[in-house]
Design a protein around this ligand. Structure first.
Ligand code: SF4
Length: 419
Protein backbone atom coordinates (compact mmCIF):
# COMPACT_ATOMS: atom_id res chain seq x y z
CA UNK A 1 0.00 0.00 0.00
CA UNK A 2 1.51 3.30 -1.04
CA UNK A 3 1.31 5.97 1.64
CA UNK A 4 1.10 9.59 0.40
CA UNK A 5 2.12 12.37 2.72
CA UNK A 6 -0.45 15.20 2.60
CA UNK A 7 1.45 18.16 1.15
CA UNK A 8 0.47 20.85 3.61
CA UNK A 9 0.88 18.83 6.77
CA UNK A 10 4.14 18.20 8.54
CA UNK A 11 3.30 17.94 12.22
CA UNK A 12 -0.43 17.54 12.57
CA UNK A 13 -2.65 15.70 15.00
CA UNK A 14 -3.77 12.43 13.52
CA UNK A 15 -7.49 11.72 13.42
CA UNK A 16 -8.94 8.75 15.28
CA UNK A 17 -9.53 6.92 12.00
CA UNK A 18 -5.96 7.51 10.83
CA UNK A 19 -4.73 6.06 14.12
CA UNK A 20 -7.12 3.12 13.99
CA UNK A 21 -6.12 2.35 10.39
CA UNK A 22 -2.35 2.48 10.88
CA UNK A 23 -1.93 -1.34 11.01
CA UNK A 24 -2.48 -1.28 7.22
CA UNK A 25 0.67 0.82 6.76
CA UNK A 26 4.06 -0.60 5.99
CA UNK A 27 7.26 1.12 7.14
CA UNK A 28 8.74 1.10 3.64
CA UNK A 29 5.66 2.93 2.33
CA UNK A 30 5.46 5.58 5.06
CA UNK A 31 9.20 6.20 5.47
CA UNK A 32 9.38 8.81 2.70
CA UNK A 33 6.76 10.96 4.49
CA UNK A 34 8.67 11.00 7.78
CA UNK A 35 10.85 13.95 8.84
CA UNK A 36 14.50 13.16 7.92
CA UNK A 37 15.78 13.33 11.53
CA UNK A 38 13.04 11.01 12.82
CA UNK A 39 13.50 8.70 9.85
CA UNK A 40 17.23 8.48 10.40
CA UNK A 41 16.76 7.52 14.09
CA UNK A 42 14.18 4.88 13.18
CA UNK A 43 16.43 3.47 10.45
CA UNK A 44 19.31 3.26 12.87
CA UNK A 45 17.26 1.29 15.37
CA UNK A 46 15.88 -0.98 12.66
CA UNK A 47 19.33 -1.65 11.26
CA UNK A 48 20.89 -2.40 14.65
CA UNK A 49 17.69 -4.01 16.05
CA UNK A 50 18.74 -2.14 19.14
CA UNK A 51 17.22 0.90 20.84
CA UNK A 52 20.60 1.75 22.30
CA UNK A 53 21.75 2.80 18.83
CA UNK A 54 20.34 6.33 19.19
CA UNK A 55 21.16 9.19 21.57
CA UNK A 56 18.99 10.56 24.38
CA UNK A 57 18.18 13.63 22.26
CA UNK A 58 17.13 11.47 19.33
CA UNK A 59 14.95 9.39 21.65
CA UNK A 60 13.25 12.58 22.91
CA UNK A 61 12.50 13.51 19.30
CA UNK A 62 10.88 10.13 18.71
CA UNK A 63 8.80 10.53 21.87
CA UNK A 64 7.41 13.82 20.54
CA UNK A 65 6.55 12.43 17.09
CA UNK A 66 3.20 13.59 15.74
CA UNK A 67 1.35 13.30 12.44
CA UNK A 68 3.23 11.39 9.73
CA UNK A 69 6.22 10.97 12.04
CA UNK A 70 3.99 9.15 14.51
CA UNK A 71 2.64 6.91 11.74
CA UNK A 72 6.28 6.17 10.84
CA UNK A 73 7.07 5.38 14.48
CA UNK A 74 4.14 2.94 14.71
CA UNK A 75 4.98 1.21 11.43
CA UNK A 76 8.67 0.93 12.32
CA UNK A 77 7.80 -0.54 15.74
CA UNK A 78 5.51 -3.08 14.10
CA UNK A 79 8.27 -4.10 11.69
CA UNK A 80 10.80 -4.43 14.50
CA UNK A 81 8.32 -6.51 16.51
CA UNK A 82 7.95 -8.89 13.56
CA UNK A 83 11.73 -9.17 13.25
CA UNK A 84 12.43 -9.67 16.95
CA UNK A 85 9.38 -11.60 18.14
CA UNK A 86 7.91 -13.06 14.98
CA UNK A 87 4.24 -13.51 14.37
CA UNK A 88 3.35 -15.03 17.73
CA UNK A 89 1.23 -13.28 20.30
CA UNK A 90 1.79 -14.92 23.66
CA UNK A 91 -0.34 -15.00 26.81
CA UNK A 92 -0.11 -16.71 30.19
CA UNK A 93 -2.92 -18.58 31.93
CA UNK A 94 -2.87 -17.06 35.39
CA UNK A 95 -5.00 -15.86 38.28
CA UNK A 96 -4.72 -12.56 40.09
CA UNK A 97 -5.08 -12.79 43.86
CA UNK A 98 -5.30 -9.46 45.68
CA UNK A 99 -5.34 -10.79 49.22
CA UNK A 100 -6.43 -7.56 50.92
CA UNK A 101 -7.66 -4.11 49.91
CA UNK A 102 -6.63 -2.52 53.22
CA UNK A 103 -3.73 -0.14 52.65
CA UNK A 104 -2.11 2.79 54.45
CA UNK A 105 0.01 4.05 51.55
CA UNK A 106 -2.61 6.29 49.96
CA UNK A 107 -1.52 6.45 46.30
CA UNK A 108 -3.68 9.11 44.64
CA UNK A 109 -4.07 7.08 41.45
CA UNK A 110 -5.43 4.05 43.33
CA UNK A 111 -9.16 3.40 43.72
CA UNK A 112 -8.68 -0.12 45.04
CA UNK A 113 -7.35 0.53 48.55
CA UNK A 114 -9.52 1.04 51.65
CA UNK A 115 -8.93 2.35 55.15
CA UNK A 116 -9.18 -0.34 57.85
CA UNK A 117 -12.58 0.84 59.11
CA UNK A 118 -14.35 1.09 55.75
CA UNK A 119 -17.29 -1.24 55.26
CA UNK A 120 -16.07 -3.15 52.21
CA UNK A 121 -12.62 -4.24 53.34
CA UNK A 122 -11.46 -7.83 53.05
CA UNK A 123 -8.41 -9.81 54.13
CA UNK A 124 -7.47 -13.34 53.07
CA UNK A 125 -5.37 -15.55 55.30
CA UNK A 126 -2.66 -17.74 53.70
CA UNK A 127 -5.04 -20.71 53.46
CA UNK A 128 -7.59 -18.51 51.68
CA UNK A 129 -4.92 -17.51 49.15
CA UNK A 130 -3.89 -21.16 48.71
CA UNK A 131 -7.52 -22.15 48.07
CA UNK A 132 -7.68 -19.68 45.19
CA UNK A 133 -4.41 -21.09 43.81
CA UNK A 134 -5.94 -24.59 43.86
CA UNK A 135 -8.99 -23.32 41.94
CA UNK A 136 -6.67 -21.64 39.45
CA UNK A 137 -4.74 -24.86 38.90
CA UNK A 138 -7.98 -26.74 38.28
CA UNK A 139 -8.72 -24.55 35.27
CA UNK A 140 -5.20 -24.77 33.89
CA UNK A 141 -3.39 -21.76 35.38
CA UNK A 142 0.39 -22.03 35.51
CA UNK A 143 0.87 -18.81 37.51
CA UNK A 144 -0.72 -16.94 40.37
CA UNK A 145 -0.01 -13.23 40.62
CA UNK A 146 -0.31 -12.22 44.28
CA UNK A 147 -0.29 -8.60 45.41
CA UNK A 148 -2.30 -6.68 47.95
CA UNK A 149 -2.69 -3.49 49.90
CA UNK A 150 -0.33 -2.77 52.80
CA UNK A 151 -2.26 -2.97 56.07
CA UNK A 152 -0.75 -1.65 59.30
CA UNK A 153 0.30 -4.42 61.67
CA UNK A 154 0.69 -7.19 59.09
CA UNK A 155 2.36 -10.20 60.78
CA UNK A 156 6.08 -9.83 59.96
CA UNK A 157 6.39 -13.08 57.97
CA UNK A 158 3.02 -12.90 56.27
CA UNK A 159 4.38 -12.80 52.71
CA UNK A 160 6.54 -15.85 53.42
CA UNK A 161 3.56 -17.65 54.93
CA UNK A 162 1.47 -17.00 51.82
CA UNK A 163 4.22 -18.57 49.69
CA UNK A 164 4.40 -21.61 51.94
CA UNK A 165 0.64 -22.13 51.87
CA UNK A 166 0.43 -21.85 48.08
CA UNK A 167 3.42 -24.13 47.48
CA UNK A 168 2.05 -26.72 49.90
CA UNK A 169 -1.28 -26.72 48.11
CA UNK A 170 0.01 -26.57 44.50
CA UNK A 171 3.74 -27.29 44.33
CA UNK A 172 3.97 -26.77 40.55
CA UNK A 173 2.38 -23.32 40.58
CA UNK A 174 4.66 -20.42 39.59
CA UNK A 175 4.26 -17.66 42.16
CA UNK A 176 4.64 -14.19 40.71
CA UNK A 177 4.22 -12.03 43.78
CA UNK A 178 4.83 -8.93 45.85
CA UNK A 179 5.56 -5.53 44.38
CA UNK A 180 8.80 -3.75 45.33
CA UNK A 181 6.65 -1.68 47.71
CA UNK A 182 5.53 -4.86 49.49
CA UNK A 183 9.14 -6.06 49.59
CA UNK A 184 10.21 -2.82 51.28
CA UNK A 185 7.36 -3.28 53.77
CA UNK A 186 8.38 -6.89 54.44
CA UNK A 187 11.95 -5.76 55.11
CA UNK A 188 10.63 -3.12 57.51
CA UNK A 189 8.37 -5.64 59.30
CA UNK A 190 11.06 -8.30 59.73
CA UNK A 191 14.13 -6.09 60.19
CA UNK A 192 16.01 -8.38 57.80
CA UNK A 193 18.53 -7.07 55.23
CA UNK A 194 16.93 -6.77 51.78
CA UNK A 195 19.00 -9.50 50.10
CA UNK A 196 18.34 -11.93 52.97
CA UNK A 197 14.64 -11.16 52.95
CA UNK A 198 14.38 -11.75 49.19
CA UNK A 199 16.42 -14.95 49.47
CA UNK A 200 14.04 -16.18 52.17
CA UNK A 201 11.05 -15.51 49.89
CA UNK A 202 12.82 -17.24 46.98
CA UNK A 203 13.59 -20.27 49.15
CA UNK A 204 9.93 -20.46 50.17
CA UNK A 205 8.65 -20.51 46.59
CA UNK A 206 8.72 -16.99 45.17
CA UNK A 207 9.28 -17.38 41.42
CA UNK A 208 9.30 -13.85 40.04
CA UNK A 209 8.46 -10.31 41.17
CA UNK A 210 5.99 -7.98 39.47
CA UNK A 211 7.91 -4.83 38.57
CA UNK A 212 4.93 -2.79 39.68
CA UNK A 213 5.02 0.24 42.03
CA UNK A 214 7.30 1.83 39.41
CA UNK A 215 4.72 4.23 38.01
CA UNK A 216 7.14 6.95 36.86
CA UNK A 217 10.64 6.49 38.25
CA UNK A 218 11.18 10.15 38.99
CA UNK A 219 10.87 11.39 42.57
CA UNK A 220 9.21 14.68 41.65
CA UNK A 221 6.43 12.84 39.86
CA UNK A 222 6.25 10.22 42.63
CA UNK A 223 5.74 12.99 45.19
CA UNK A 224 2.57 14.00 43.34
CA UNK A 225 1.31 10.45 42.77
CA UNK A 226 2.06 9.04 46.21
CA UNK A 227 4.32 10.68 48.74
CA UNK A 228 4.40 7.61 51.00
CA UNK A 229 5.58 5.24 48.34
CA UNK A 230 9.07 3.86 47.91
CA UNK A 231 11.52 6.17 46.14
CA UNK A 232 13.06 5.64 42.72
CA UNK A 233 16.31 4.55 44.37
CA UNK A 234 14.49 2.01 46.55
CA UNK A 235 12.64 0.57 43.55
CA UNK A 236 15.90 0.14 41.68
CA UNK A 237 17.59 -1.40 44.72
CA UNK A 238 14.82 -3.98 45.22
CA UNK A 239 14.85 -4.94 41.54
CA UNK A 240 18.64 -5.11 41.23
CA UNK A 241 18.93 -7.18 44.39
CA UNK A 242 16.16 -9.55 43.33
CA UNK A 243 17.75 -10.06 39.90
CA UNK A 244 21.15 -10.60 41.48
CA UNK A 245 19.87 -13.49 43.58
CA UNK A 246 18.00 -15.10 40.71
CA UNK A 247 14.51 -13.66 41.07
CA UNK A 248 13.52 -12.23 37.68
CA UNK A 249 10.84 -9.54 37.35
CA UNK A 250 8.67 -7.67 34.94
CA UNK A 251 9.11 -3.94 34.40
CA UNK A 252 6.30 -1.41 34.18
CA UNK A 253 5.51 2.25 33.63
CA UNK A 254 2.23 4.08 34.31
CA UNK A 255 1.56 6.77 31.68
CA UNK A 256 -1.17 9.29 30.91
CA UNK A 257 -1.30 11.31 34.17
CA UNK A 258 1.17 14.10 35.05
CA UNK A 259 4.26 12.86 33.27
CA UNK A 260 5.79 14.06 30.00
CA UNK A 261 7.24 12.16 27.01
CA UNK A 262 10.68 12.89 28.49
CA UNK A 263 9.79 10.71 31.49
CA UNK A 264 8.91 7.80 29.19
CA UNK A 265 12.27 8.03 27.49
CA UNK A 266 14.27 8.29 30.70
CA UNK A 267 12.38 5.38 32.28
CA UNK A 268 12.95 3.13 29.28
CA UNK A 269 16.64 4.01 29.20
CA UNK A 270 16.94 3.38 32.94
CA UNK A 271 15.35 -0.05 32.49
CA UNK A 272 17.85 -0.78 29.71
CA UNK A 273 20.70 0.10 32.06
CA UNK A 274 19.40 -2.28 34.72
CA UNK A 275 18.83 -4.98 32.11
CA UNK A 276 22.37 -4.59 30.77
CA UNK A 277 23.64 -5.21 34.26
CA UNK A 278 21.32 -8.01 35.43
CA UNK A 279 19.41 -9.47 32.48
CA UNK A 280 16.57 -10.04 34.93
CA UNK A 281 13.60 -8.37 33.23
CA UNK A 282 11.23 -10.73 31.44
CA UNK A 283 9.12 -8.02 29.82
CA UNK A 284 8.00 -4.41 29.85
CA UNK A 285 4.35 -3.55 30.53
CA UNK A 286 3.08 -0.04 29.80
CA UNK A 287 0.15 0.68 32.12
CA UNK A 288 -2.26 3.38 30.96
CA UNK A 289 -3.60 5.51 33.82
CA UNK A 290 -7.29 4.73 34.50
CA UNK A 291 -8.48 8.06 35.88
CA UNK A 292 -12.23 7.86 36.51
CA UNK A 293 -12.43 7.08 40.23
CA UNK A 294 -9.08 8.45 41.37
CA UNK A 295 -8.22 11.35 43.66
CA UNK A 296 -5.34 12.25 41.35
CA UNK A 297 -7.80 13.15 38.60
CA UNK A 298 -10.54 14.60 40.81
CA UNK A 299 -8.07 16.92 42.56
CA UNK A 300 -7.04 18.26 39.15
CA UNK A 301 -3.53 16.86 39.43
CA UNK A 302 -3.62 14.70 36.32
CA UNK A 303 -5.02 14.60 32.82
CA UNK A 304 -7.83 12.18 32.09
CA UNK A 305 -5.69 9.24 31.05
CA UNK A 306 -3.80 8.73 27.81
CA UNK A 307 -5.17 9.67 24.39
CA UNK A 308 -5.32 7.01 21.69
CA UNK A 309 -2.18 8.52 20.14
CA UNK A 310 -0.37 8.27 23.48
CA UNK A 311 -1.36 4.65 24.03
CA UNK A 312 -0.01 3.69 20.62
CA UNK A 313 3.06 5.87 20.89
CA UNK A 314 4.13 4.48 24.28
CA UNK A 315 3.89 0.87 23.07
CA UNK A 316 5.79 1.70 19.86
CA UNK A 317 8.42 3.67 21.73
CA UNK A 318 8.88 0.77 24.15
CA UNK A 319 9.48 -1.65 21.29
CA UNK A 320 11.96 0.74 19.64
CA UNK A 321 13.87 2.01 22.68
CA UNK A 322 13.99 -1.33 24.51
CA UNK A 323 14.91 -3.40 21.44
CA UNK A 324 17.93 -5.58 22.06
CA UNK A 325 17.42 -5.30 25.80
CA UNK A 326 13.82 -6.16 26.76
CA UNK A 327 12.23 -7.79 23.73
CA UNK A 328 8.85 -8.71 25.21
CA UNK A 329 6.37 -5.84 25.28
CA UNK A 330 3.08 -6.66 26.96
CA UNK A 331 -0.29 -4.96 26.61
CA UNK A 332 -2.42 -4.58 29.71
CA UNK A 333 -5.77 -5.62 28.19
CA UNK A 334 -7.63 -4.79 31.36
CA UNK A 335 -6.64 -1.13 31.12
CA UNK A 336 -6.79 -0.77 27.34
CA UNK A 337 -9.94 -2.76 26.44
CA UNK A 338 -9.79 -5.43 23.80
CA UNK A 339 -9.80 -3.40 20.57
CA UNK A 340 -7.13 -1.01 21.80
CA UNK A 341 -5.05 -3.96 22.99
CA UNK A 342 -5.15 -5.33 19.46
CA UNK A 343 -4.02 -1.95 18.07
CA UNK A 344 -1.12 -1.84 20.55
CA UNK A 345 -0.17 -5.37 19.49
CA UNK A 346 0.17 -3.90 15.97
CA UNK A 347 2.25 -1.01 17.36
CA UNK A 348 5.13 -3.08 18.69
CA UNK A 349 3.73 -5.29 21.47
CA UNK A 350 3.93 -9.09 21.28
CA UNK A 351 2.33 -10.31 24.51
CA UNK A 352 -1.31 -10.19 25.62
CA UNK A 353 -0.63 -10.62 29.36
CA UNK A 354 -2.61 -12.99 31.54
CA UNK A 355 -6.12 -14.39 31.78
CA UNK A 356 -6.25 -12.88 35.32
CA UNK A 357 -9.56 -14.49 36.40
CA UNK A 358 -10.31 -11.79 38.95
CA UNK A 359 -8.87 -8.43 38.13
CA UNK A 360 -9.76 -5.84 40.79
CA UNK A 361 -7.40 -2.90 40.67
CA UNK A 362 -8.16 -1.38 37.27
CA UNK A 363 -11.87 -2.19 37.54
CA UNK A 364 -12.17 -0.20 40.79
CA UNK A 365 -10.47 2.75 39.06
CA UNK A 366 -13.08 2.70 36.30
CA UNK A 367 -11.78 0.28 33.65
CA UNK A 368 -14.52 -1.69 31.89
CA UNK A 369 -12.63 -4.43 30.04
CA UNK A 370 -13.72 -7.08 32.53
CA UNK A 371 -11.97 -9.36 34.97
CA UNK A 372 -11.18 -12.40 32.86
CA UNK A 373 -10.12 -13.21 29.32
CA UNK A 374 -10.27 -16.95 28.72
CA UNK A 375 -7.59 -18.77 26.71
CA UNK A 376 -10.18 -19.35 23.96
CA UNK A 377 -10.94 -15.60 23.86
CA UNK A 378 -7.22 -14.80 23.62
CA UNK A 379 -6.86 -17.28 20.79
CA UNK A 380 -9.69 -15.82 18.75
CA UNK A 381 -8.62 -12.21 19.39
CA UNK A 382 -5.09 -13.07 18.22
CA UNK A 383 -6.26 -15.00 15.16
CA UNK A 384 -8.55 -12.08 14.29
CA UNK A 385 -5.36 -9.98 14.03
CA UNK A 386 -3.75 -12.46 11.63
CA UNK A 387 -1.21 -13.55 14.25
CA UNK A 388 -0.48 -16.87 15.90
CA UNK A 389 -1.65 -17.48 19.49
CA UNK A 390 0.77 -19.15 21.89
CA UNK A 391 0.51 -19.89 25.59
CA UNK A 392 3.68 -19.16 27.54
CA UNK A 393 4.95 -19.63 31.04
CA UNK A 394 5.84 -16.64 33.24
CA UNK A 395 9.45 -16.36 32.05
CA UNK A 396 8.82 -17.06 28.34
CA UNK A 397 11.03 -20.14 28.45
CA UNK A 398 8.19 -22.48 27.51
CA UNK A 399 5.83 -21.61 24.67
CA UNK A 400 3.01 -23.73 23.26
CA UNK A 401 1.55 -22.73 19.93
CA UNK A 402 -2.24 -22.80 19.86
CA UNK A 403 -2.73 -23.51 16.20
CA UNK A 404 -6.08 -22.83 14.52
CA UNK A 405 -6.74 -26.46 13.61
CA UNK A 406 -8.89 -29.04 15.33
CA UNK A 407 -10.59 -26.40 17.50
CA UNK A 408 -7.21 -25.22 18.78
CA UNK A 409 -6.32 -28.56 20.26
CA UNK A 410 -3.07 -28.92 18.32
CA UNK A 411 -0.11 -27.80 20.35
CA UNK A 412 3.51 -27.65 19.47
CA UNK A 413 6.17 -27.24 22.10
CA UNK A 414 9.07 -24.89 21.50
CA UNK A 415 11.71 -24.59 24.13
CA UNK A 416 13.76 -22.94 25.31
CA UNK A 417 13.75 -19.71 23.35
CA UNK A 418 12.20 -16.33 23.11
CA UNK A 419 13.61 -14.68 26.22
S1 SF4 B 1 -1.41 1.27 44.64
FE1 SF4 B 1 -0.93 -0.33 46.16
S2 SF4 B 1 0.30 0.75 47.70
FE2 SF4 B 1 -0.79 2.34 46.54
S3 SF4 B 1 -2.69 2.72 47.71
FE3 SF4 B 1 -3.17 1.17 46.12
S4 SF4 B 1 -2.93 -0.77 47.18
FE4 SF4 B 1 -1.85 0.76 48.42
Amino acid sequence: MEYQKPEELVSRQLSISELEDFPGLDWFDVASAVDPAVRSSLERILEAQNGGAISLEQAYTLAHAEGDDLLGLLAAANLLRAELSGNLVTYVVNRNINFTNICFVGCKFCAFSRGPRESDTYFLNPDGVAKKAVEARQIGATEVCIQGGLPHGLPPFYYRDILRAVKNAVPAMHIHAFSPMEIVYGVELTGMPLADYLAMLRDNGLGTLPGTAAEILDDEVREILSRNKLTTAQWIEVIRTAHRIGIRSTSTMMYGHTETPGHWVRQMRLLREIQDETGGFTEFVPLGFVHQNTLLFHQGLARSGPTLAEHLKVHALARLLLAGSINNIQVSWVKLNRHLSQLCLHAGANDYGGTLMEENISREAGATAGQYTSPADFQSLILEMGRVPAERNTTYTRIQLKLPFDDFTTEEMLEPEFA
